[in-house]
Ligand binder design. Sequence first.
Ligand code: NDP
Length: 480
Amino acid sequence: MEKILNYINGELVPPASDMWLDNYNPAEGKVYNLIPDSDEKDIEKAVAAAKKAFPAWSELPTSERSDILLKIAEGIDREFESLAKAESDDNGKPLKLAKAVDIPRASSNIRFFATAILHFDSQAHQTDQQAINYTTRTPLGVVGCISPWNLPLYLFTWKIAPALAAGCTVVAKPSELTPMTAYLFSKICKEAGLPNGVLNVVHGLGGKAGQAIIEHPEVIAISFTGGTTTGKKIAATAAPMFKKLSLELGGKNPNIIFADADFDEAVSTSIHSSFSNQGEICLCGSRILVERSVYDRFVEEFVNRTRKLVVGDPTEEKTRVGALVSEAHMNKVLSYIELAKKEGGKVVTGGERVIVKGRCNAGYFVAPTIILGLDQQCRTNQEEIFGPVVTIMPFDKEEEVIEFANGTAYGLSATIWTENLKRAHRVAHQLKCGIVWVNCWLLRDLRTPFGGMKQSGVGREGGWEALRFFTEQKNICIKL
Ligand code: NDP
């Protein structure tokens, strides 16, 4: 069986312990390769390599760093088919989605930061006739990047691209559940001529390899995307060590539909924002709030359209909903559906595991599920389920829906559907979250800051924010 290897100091190597973990294809429910069960010894080697590579990489002219990163982006484009297949095999997502979103966006992430760094500048301030201050920005050093399984290569590159562009060297750990694209990416980096040790990819368990990165004293900043519970643990370890932290965490995002919305567009996009990637996107709108006068019409149309979504083999063109990432995650999602029923919710469609005929008959599929009749405070409406499960609730007034929308511990994103421009601005300003989409969903401009409020995270990524995160400022004040 194929063995995925770590990428340390420019070499593809087995873990020091020679211990391996099973990597499942969740659509088949079968192990299809093995991944390193790395530990602190591997992290030690990776950090040493990153430390050794830092002086030369950080001092390389920016244009040369940029050229190497652009070659890596070209490598992603060249390996498009194999990366998309690996993304789908590892995660269970439809191949069509991996081709449309994950891999193109991974390539865009690298291109964006490869070129953004060419325009990154610092500031100067004159203090009357007394002094001139100028501020320098220098790369931090060795940084840790830890990414989740839902959009594996997309989020992996989202973290490492600004770090590398800024001149840092990186020790990265992709999710143990979806290691394949990061492995293929290591090979692309080698081919593109990335100097040894600049990027090190160590595979393994979060609590072991991941924790060793967080605890390592030479890793001075951590960029993490994952669940809020893991984020708390990471913060508890890193904060007393005064590490710089960027945490992109979970969400329980409201999708607000006013009666004056463009009804057809609101329904069509809500299908995507509810069930794309099996609902395993931190930005999915899992709480749909609909103004009462259009509630019945919305529910009827939304349920009809949801029933038509094809759940099945991710490689088939017609499939819209693939497998959940693991058996454990499928069981978690199913347990939330049971909880919703206990809380008085009515499942109007879905609600159960789907057995797909043929090659995927042991896969972890769950039917897109819609639940009505729950109140705002119940656990189903408060906790992140991270699967193809949405609730729909009616509301009467604007103030009420703002209160509902803000009424969870999370604050990642929100969507508003209305044709009333003033209301769109008014409501958007009152929502406590990092991104608000008006009459759209998942449109991204990489120049904008990205991140959550409350328990959805700390710090902002994207655009200049990410380059600022990976650099340190120093002010030099000269008396005139
Ligand atoms: P987890 O928090 O379980 O894991 C994220 C990563 O952290 C994985 O690589 C994991 O490794 C690793 N990890 C786990 N424990 C530790 C530890 N103690 N120290 C260091 N690393 C650790 O998240 P999921 O992978 O389950 O991803 C889903 C979550 O990510 C959802 O909550 C989702 O909302 C959130 N997310 C947020 C986004 C955002 O931008 N705000 C975007 C996408 C997802 P391993 O897998 O081996 O356990």
